[in-house]
Write a protein that binds this ligand. Structure first.
Ligand code: GTP
Ligand code: ZN
Length: 369
């Protein structure tokens, strides 16, 4: 009998390629066959994901090694194991792909750590109502600062234009922010309770192929718009029929896809592939952003016409005033930032003020009040 007969075959593998011959240890698995997916919802350790390949919905749990790594909606993750998505199956989430952006909220009383809310967002859709509730510029300013800091493009959506007199600038916000390169969309509702088809179509175009996070105070019409955009049935106000609770009790962010929409008003329908890569992430329960980690220079960076002028500022300048060593006033006075320079500087300073303010406080300033 040859000694080879006792050879435990399961231990030997002839690897067909060099990559495959890399030593595999418990600590450095390489998961070559892992499949990529977008995280759409997180619920007590269960992750609902949509496979990038075919939008199949799969439920997954984190591998042990990732137990301390937060995974949030918008994340792109690698899965192994049973990725069929069949009922009762659980895939294993083994890797979080590099994030291109991170929106976070700083610690507050109920939360001892800075929290990541959403990953990989391209855009922040700041939703305010023209009235009921009145728009608050402090809230918009903080959201703008968070967006600029995270490198995400802001879009302003003004809802409920039907409730005010001037439909072109329903809340006076467009003139207020005219010095920012801020895309504004105005939406209203007609008497039969349908949202303006034009606003919905315009937003779908802006959202095409992007990951967009929605933020706005309660009652501004976020769910109503998300429903119109995605065809999803996010409960609007009142009580959720399934859980019997008001939806305010749900505070987890959910990513919804534009592909699910069946919208007659959509003048230019999105092709299947674009629609599938278009995500809207609603963030119920997130009403403000912690800006504790944001530096004045991070905000200034979003003002391309002014940033050069800061070369002569004192080191660590907060860009508040010439007395504080800020060179921006002189730069603007020389006309170096163009004819809108003074107004742009005033806008920048308005935003920077929200860094100095407390969490609440200045935020609760109502426009015109
Ligand atoms: N007049 C008017 N009412 C609107 C419009 N859009 C939404 N509403 C109403 O405003 C109320 C609040 O809308 P929601 O979509 O639930 O608001 P939300 O921002 O999701 O609120 P939360 O779920 O509390 O965060 C509902 O009664 C809607 O019917 C609009 O364009 N015009
Ligand atoms: Zn300065």
């Amino acid at each position: 009998m040859s000694r080879w007969e006792n050879w435990d075959e399961s231990r030997v593998r002839v690897r067909p390629n060099k990559k495959g011959s890399r030593p595999r240890t418990k600590d450095t698995p390489d998961y070559e066959n892992a499949e990529l997916a977008r995280v759409v919802q997180v619920d007590r350790g269960r992750y609902t994901v949509s496979m990038l390949e075919d939008a199949r919905v799969v439920t997954a749990m984190r591998a042990k090694a990732l137990r301390r790594s937060p995974v949030v909606p918008g994340d792109v993750v690698a899965l192994v194991g049973d990725t069929s998505g069949a009922e009762g199956t659980l895939a294993r989430l083994v890797r979080i792909e590099e994030r291109k952006s991170l929106l976070r909220r700083s610690a507050d009383d109920t939360d001892d750590a800075e929290r990541v809310i959403v990953a990989n967002a391209d855009q922040l859709l700041i939703v305010v109502a023209a009235a009921d509730p009145e728009p608050r510029t402090g809230f918009i300013d903080r959201a703008l600062v968070a967006a600029y800091d995270a490198g995400i493009s802001p879009i302003l959506l003004i809802t409920k234009a039907d409730l005010v007199e001037d439909p072109r600038d329903p809340a006076g916000l467009i003139s207020h922010y005219s010095e920012l390169e801020l895309t504004c969309v105005i939406s209203s509702r007609s008497e039969d309770s349908t949202l303006s088809a034009q606003a919905v179509a315009q937003l779908r175009q802006l959202l095409a192929g992007k990951v967009t996070v929605l933020i706005g105070h309660s009652g501004v019409g976020k769910s109503t718009m998300v429903n119109a955009l995605t065809g999803a049935d996010r409960a609007t106000g009142g009580v959720n029929a399934v859980t019997g609770r008001g939806r305010h009790t749900s505070s987890s962010a959910v990513a919804l896809n534009l592909a699910s929409a069946d919208i007659a008003s959509d003048a230019v329908p999105l092709d299947e592939e674009t629609a599938r890569s278009s995500w809207v992430i609603d963030t119920p329960g997130v009403r403000t952003f912690g800006l504790a980690h944001v530096e004045a220079d991070d905000v200034l960076a979003a003002f391309e016409d002014l940033v050069e002028g800061s070369a002569d500022c004192e080191p660590g300048c907060a860009h508040e005033s010439p007395a504080g060593g800020c060179a921006l006033d002189a730069w603007v006075a020389e006309g170096r930032a163009g004819e809108h320079g003074p107004a742009r500087l005033a806008s920048l300073r308005g935003l920077l003020a929200s860094l100095a303010g407390a969490e609440e406080g200045p935020e609760e300033k109502t426009l015109g009040a």
